[in-house]
Design a protein around this ligand. Sequence first.
Ligand code: GLN
Length: 501
Amino acid sequence: MQNNNEKIKILEKSISEISEMLDRKEISSVELTKLVLEQIDEIDPEIKAFITVCKNEALEQAKEADKRIINGNRLSKLDGVPISIKDLICTKNIKTTAASKMLADFVPAYDATIVERLKNAGAVIVGKTNLDAWAHGSSTENSDFFTTRNPYNLDYVSGGSSGGSTAAVASNMGFASVGTDTGGSIRQPAGFCNVVGLKPTYGRVSRYGIVAMASSLDQAGPFTKTCEDAGILLEVMCGHDTKDSTTIPGKKFQANKIQKANFKNQNDNIKLKDLKIGLPKEYFAEGLDSRIKERVIEKVELLKKMGAKVKEISLPMTDYALAVYYILQPAEVSSNLARYDGIRYGYSVANDKSQILSIKNLEELYLKNRGEGFGDEAKRRIMLGTYVLSSGYYDAYYKKAMKVRTLVCEDFKRAFSEVDAIITPTSPTLPFKIGEREQNPLAMYLADVYTVGANIAGIPGVSIPVGFIDELPVGLQILGPMWSEELILNIGKLIEDRRNK
Ligand code: GLN
């Protein structure tokens, strides 16, 4: 239909723009979906963002959307819009692998609540994206299948664990994606790939049907090109779910409020009356790439010019947050991964007739199934987790970490009594080269130093694109108190700075 330039121009649009085109019938959902599928065919062999592409299902969903559009029954701004889903989130009749050998052939019989809600809003699901197996990692290098490449430089990682999702949105293979964030897996890869990534308040979005990593930290959220689009997805995904008792009833989020919350938007001359921004000194200290610091400060200066008040604050527990995370998270991981034994479902050596006869007893079967089905990183976390939970060390590690978790929460509470929102870099470094940190798990864990706090405290955080350094994307993080998604997306909207690829 179009030449390549026209095609890319369409694929680069935001959801709110493409939604208007669909409303005006300038393009149909089937045409749009075909363009996205063509783009995947063309680009993905290089980027490797997708584990599964659902061509037929997507075209069917698009056809249905077109019927509704023609009849004037469009369900939402997402109706007919192609998006992708991290392969940690269950999709009925479509393989959901968690990027692990253990679940390589697992086909769920049901949709996760968020998938059901996205489908009910008319979203077209084009495929399932790559991740670090079980969401353990910061680069997708821990995927049991392959590593996703950064679309801005193929030698670099796309971040993780949701690196497939961010690479897909960044390279126009769908208008949005949905991922999960346990310690930064939405915000860090968003920052690495020039997209917006929102981790909602804990309890805002249902976790039902999402392969659990660390249940007290996990939240699902959107990847989009703009903050406004993130609001469109969050509005559809959020809300109480009887299947997840940690979701909170009565908390509404309305995307159309994105322009109005908490501060006055007077004509084009934006005045941020009464908005107080905090810069935590611990997040601008040693270890931060000075060029990233400069870029973040430039954006803060912009907010100041609009009238925001900016002050330095302190989050004294920052140093301990990463340690708390790397105790509590593996503890919960070890418990959540205990269910994968290959007996009921998942990888089993017993499926191989030549092996089954050599297995002497049940214990050996468990050992072999889990030994072969889990990769190194999952094993590392299971060992750390069972260690900190073991009777001899529970008090010294797990219990103590739980106490420090409370202190981290209090840190943020105190901060939010002084300021409305906090701005930090999303990551201390630019995207790193593929392979660079593979042999050094500790260096990899340090990539999460600015993001884990929000998960520990359950507060929302968004990473927005703020340009490039050395042709690699830079992310800026905005944190707010619980249930302040409207506010942080509004602030993000004022300073987001995305350059099309
Ligand atoms: N990178 C962090 C980890 O490896 C966070 C992962 C996540 O948020 N899923 O634990």
